[in-house]
Design a protein around this ligand. Sequence first.
Ligand code: NAD
Length: 262
Amino acid sequence: PKPHAGRIALVTGAASGIGKAIATRLAAEGACVVIADLDLEKAQAAAAELGTTDVAIGVQANVTDAAAIQRAIDDAVLAFGGLDLVVNNAGLSLSKPLLETTEADWDLQHDVMAKGSFLVSKAAARVLIDQGLGGDIIYISSKNSVFAGPNNIAYSATKADQAHQVRLLAVELGEYGIKVNGINPDGVVRGSGIFASGWGANRAKTYGIEEEDLGTFYAQRTILKREVLPEHVANAVIVLTGPELSHTTGLHIPVDAGVAAA
Ligand code: NAD
């Protein structure tokens, strides 16, 4: 059987982009998947693409709302009988320079990504500890958690917060057999809602190029000269949560075609 067969996964922000690619790949590997996102219809539509409700369900959950997260976790346990794997993927990027970043911008970025993933990890850890079977928590952080991206102080700071949550929880949850790892993507243009919703236009302006050329632009500035797609991030989730890396926790792996190495 496939290593992920029968495992139960919850992916936040999985109605689109990288999260949807992760949910799709987990389902292809045999996992049962809960797609949690802001919009119930979008979440259910994404789940329906993966198969029947025996395989995937879509639930409405704003990750800034502890009660909504608890309902999503409860739904996973109710629908599929437990929980094994959680992916903190929900996010957004306002992409503004310091002097244009308002307090509300700062709060929104930190609410969704720093507080949101803390709340999700906390609710998930409670179930994983109770089950006593270990498990995996993955954070989709960013290259910007370590390196300065342009015009993005609030986003990058909250991604750094997520990176430290990975280290802290890897230590704290290790005794329960729960592994906590992070992934640092960069330059995922095609298939990313973040880019479609304004980030792409902003980035294109920053680099002085047309928005439709961003994918090629990002590929050209990588070491490997390859465009990073949501599927490449999903590959990393499968490997990090699979049996071959059973002894790896607290790690961040870049999925950036080499940008962070340069
Ligand atoms: P996306 O916009 O396609 O996906 C983000 C999803 O999160 C959307 O479906 C959105 O509805 C959901 N979401 C937003 N706020 C939410 C909330 N409060 N509660 C629940 N769901 C919420 O963008 P993406 O590029 O696929 O980004 C996914 C993750 O990857 C984000 O955390 C992002 O920061 C990270 N990331 C992306 C890139 C990239 O190059 N695209 C690079 C590094 C990191």
